[in-house]
Ligand binder design. Structure first.
Ligand SMILES: Nc1nc2c(ncn2[C@@H]2O[C@H](COP(=O)(O)OP(=O)(O)OP(=O)(O)O)[C@@H](O)[C@H]2O)c(=O)[nH]1
Ligand SMILES: [Mg+2]
Ligand SMILES: [Zn+2]
Length: 298
């Protein structure tokens, strides 16, 4: 066989696929034909996330080896000083799911926003459990700030009516992100009933969720819209975002960046800081500057 023929035979064995579930070193890959294979990565361990596009070789029936990861359009991940945790790859939209019960962390929302901005990922904030009328209205007041900043914000009840959500999903690869117990998997089940994701009662005593979802999984909504359900997150480390780039994670800071007296201004206590001046003038919310300072110090 000629080298060219050999090469083309080798190439023809490669199958395009997408990671639809990640279990440690094992991945469920959906091929272009819709077949799902259980795969491992060839060679040294590289992180893969739901949404990753890969090339695989089938080995035994139902199984394969991942040969290559294709270049990612986006990568959503969190990191501390020691490790990185991939959340999802190639997503075009992050849906930050919050609810009044259990209570949500505004800092976590801020961290999700910074991660999304740094990757150019569209953001939708969903205030779920709108059927809990009173607590929801207080939560909505708190979240109105994000609407003022230009982020899309909707209220739904994942158990009752999610119709307001549909237009936001069209044509997107979305990932549901947020704390445990906010109702991500409940929302997913309403959207894709055959998914039958496990959901669980929240712990009222601890005012928290139960970390019911342990693995991310990608689902198809229609031919060009997909969604990933992910495990609840408690912490969202942004170790990978350098201090000098952090301000870019705050959309309303953008017009001021680069106009401070000092080039290397960290917008903390430097004289001639236009960001701090804008906050004093009421053009930037104090809450946002406080979060910025908090994130600067990790
Ligand atoms: N009242 C009300 N409860 C809801 C709603 N959506 C979800 N819940 C409840 O909230 C609890 C947690 O829901 P899950 O869907 O498991 O939450 P999750 O965000 O997937 O949690 P993790 O998988 O742990 O991250 C369950 O008891 C749901 O029944 C809603 O719209 N209204
Ligand atoms: Mg869940
Ligand atoms: Zn400054």
């Amino acid at each position: 066989m000629s080298a060219v023929a050999k090469n083309s035979q080798k190439k023809s064995q490669l199958i395009n696929g997408q990671v639809i579930a990640a279990f440690g070193r094992h991945f469920s890959i959906e091929t272009e034909d819709g077949e799902v294979l259980s795969c491992v990565m060839r060679g040294k361990r590289t992180g893969l996330a739901c949404g990753d596009q890969v090339e695989i070789k089938s080995t035994t029936p139902g199984q394969g080896v991942i040969e290559r990861i294709k270049v990612r359009k986006t990568l959503l991940y969190r990191s501390d000083a020691f490790k990185e945790k991939l959340i999802a790859a190639n997503v075009s939209q992050i849906i930050i799911v919050v609810a009044a019960v259990p209570s949500f962390s505004e800092e976590l929302i801020t961290r999700c926003l910074v991660a999304a901005e740094s990757e150019g990922i569209r953001v939708l904030i969903v205030l779920n459990k709108a059927d809990l009328i009173e607590p929801t209205s207080a939560a909505a007041d708190k979240l109105s700030l994000y609407k003022e900043l230009g982020y899309s914000l909707i209220q739904i009840s994942a158990q009752e009516d999610i119709s307001e959500l549909y237009p936001y999903l069209q044509g997107q690869l979305s990932v549901l992100a947020g704390q445990s117990g906010m109702g991500k998997s409940t929302l997913l089940n309403t959207l894709v009933p055959q998914a039958k994701r496990a959901t669980a009662e929240i712990s009222e005593a601890l005012d928290s969720g139960c970390h019911t979802t342990t693995h991310s999984r990608l689902y198809h909504i229609n031919s060009d819209s997909d969604i990933i359900d992910s495990p609840g997150i408690q912490e969202f480390g942004l170790n990978h975002i350098k201090a000098e780039n952090l301000a870019w994670g705050f959309v309303e800071f953008h017009p001021y960046i680069g106009h401070c007296k000092f080039n290397n201004c960290r917008h903390v206590s430097e004289p001639g800081c236009v960001l701090m001046q804008a906050t004093q003038d009421g053009k930037i919310s104090k809450r946002r500057l406080v979060f910025y300072h908090k994130l600067l110090n990790h």
